[in-house]
Design a protein around this ligand. Structure first.
Ligand SMILES: *Cc1c(COP(=O)(O)O)cnc(C)c1O
Length: 426
């Protein structure tokens, strides 16, 4: 597959995204509104596939980044698989048409019920994160008389140099097992009658803007693969995880070039003749998405000027959770003088803040703002805190848009709640 344009060409120019006029869109679909460019997502997929040419590689999109069915459908249409972390994500992926044979299951807390559902669906592989999980998988597979394919998620003990809350590969966090433990699993794997342990998996963190940690992690993984192979344990797949960073702050974040990323994989795994799995989430969808929000009012505090918008941490929690920066620009053609302000949401929580002391073009009530790079870990981390219904999501494609999640209604938001009346004893 070749790409005809660089991913940058579908970046919102502040008035338009993927050929759709954003002011008109906000008028039609309301705010706050998540909008995703299908063209931008396809370009990322194309660029990644192109960079992987010649390798036996399968890209398993990390569903947790953005699990909207229409987004998953774009992945399915492009032949991608899915990296799931729950039974819900399994069902979403299957519903969107991603075949079970292209689904891998990660996560430290897989329950018996979730493992059973994944076995019943016939997924490709379990990325196993603890000995207890390995034995549970063996028992559940034996009960069903199926063979589960499994990879050990190794924790290579490297620091991804990203935010502590999204770093997963250093020795003291909950993910994966140490290399010594992985060795022991393989040494004892002959006793596993219904688990075929023939893969290695590593995922060291998210939003990585440097390749050095990945290079280290993959070299450690490759050393283990060689050592295991020499000991007679055939390794048929190596999963390099996800974590590729994107640009949240123009001129400040410098994402690595995709070919440099795949070169690291090519070099570290040179000579490996099995299948290479990749689990990108953020990189495929983050920059394809924007969050449209309208200014409710300007509030002049004693020392600060607050731009109060109708989006909040319920649509985009990254700034509250990780102090994450997102570029914010007005959806406007004319230029205006800059003013320093805090951009805040309506939620009763001080951390409900999108930007502090940010120089923004002057704006007033009713203005439309664009919060950039919200295609990943935006809608997928949404909540209804403060009884705010979930925002709508639209997919844009070359001048057209489709609502791919309608705004939640009040009745939908409270569905399932009921007065305490049918009292029972447990
Ligand atoms: C979250 C996650 C990913 C995707 O991470 P991104 O930073 O979005 O690319 C991949 N693999 C695993 C195991 C994950 O937990």
């Amino acid at each position: 597959m070749t790409t005809t344009a660089s991913p940058a060409t579908v970046r919102a120019d502040t008035t338009c995204l993927d050929g759709v006029d954003l002011a008109a869109l906000a008028q039609r679909a309301g705010t706050p509104l998540h909008a995703y460019s299908a063209s931008a997502i396809r370009q990322r997929i194309g660029a990644l596939k192109n960079a992987l040419r010649g390798l036996d590689a399968l890209v398993c999109y990390a569903v947790k980044a953005n699990g909207n069915l229409a987004v998953l459908q774009l992945m399915a249409d492009a032949g991608l698989g899915a990296d799931i972390v729950s039974a819900g994500e399994l069902r979403r992926s299957l519903r969107a048409g991603i075949p079970a044979q292209r689904i891998v299951f990660s996560g430290v807390g897989k329950t018996a019920g979730e493992i059973a559902a994944a076995l019943a669906a016939g997924i490709a592989r379990f990325n196993v994160e603890s000995e207890d999980e390995l034995h549970l998988l063996q028992r559940l597979a034996a009960e069903r008389d199926v063979i589960a394919r499994a990879a050990v998620r190794i924790n290579p003990g490297v620091d991804a140099h990203t935010h502590a809350k999204i770093s997963t590969g250093n020795a003291d966090n909950k993910f994966g097992v140490g290399i010594d433990e992985a060795r022991r699993w393989f040494a004892g794997s002959a006793t596993l009658s219904h688990v075929h342990l023939d893969g290695l998996h590593v995922h060291i963190g998210s939003q990585m803007l440097s390749l050095e940690p990945l290079r280290q992690a993959l070299h450690r993984t490759a050393d283990l693969w060689c050592e295991l192979a020499a000991a007679g344990h055939a390794i048929t797949s190596i999963d390099v995880g996800g974590g590729l960073g994107v640009c949240y702050r123009a001129g400040h974040d410098h994402p690595v070039a995709i070919e440099d990323y795949t070169d690291v994989i090519r070099h570290a795994l040179a000579g490996f003749d099995g299948r290479i799995l990749l689990e990108p989430g953020r990189w495929l969808v983050a920059e394809a998405g924007v969050l449209l929000t309208r200014v409710i009012r300007i509030k002049r505090g004693r020392q600060r000027r607050f731009v109060v918008v109708d989006a909040s941490m319920t649509e985009l929690v990254r700034p509250s959770l990780y102090d994450a920066w997102h570029d914010i620009v007005p959806v406007a053609r004319e230029s205006r003088p800059l003013q320093t302000c805090d951009v805040v949401g309506p939620v009763c929580e001080t951390s409900d803040t999108f930007a502090v002391g940010r120089a923004l073009p002057e704006c007033e009530a009713g203005d439309l703002l664009l919060i950039r790079t919200t295609g990943a870990y935006g809608a997928s981390m949404a909540s209804t805190f403060n009884s705010r219904p979930l925002a709508a999501e639209v997919l844009l494609d070359r001048g057209r848009y489709a609502v791919v999640r309608r705004r939640q209604t009040f009745e939908e938001m409270i569905a399932g709640e009921q007065p305490a009346q049918n009292w029972e004893t447990a």
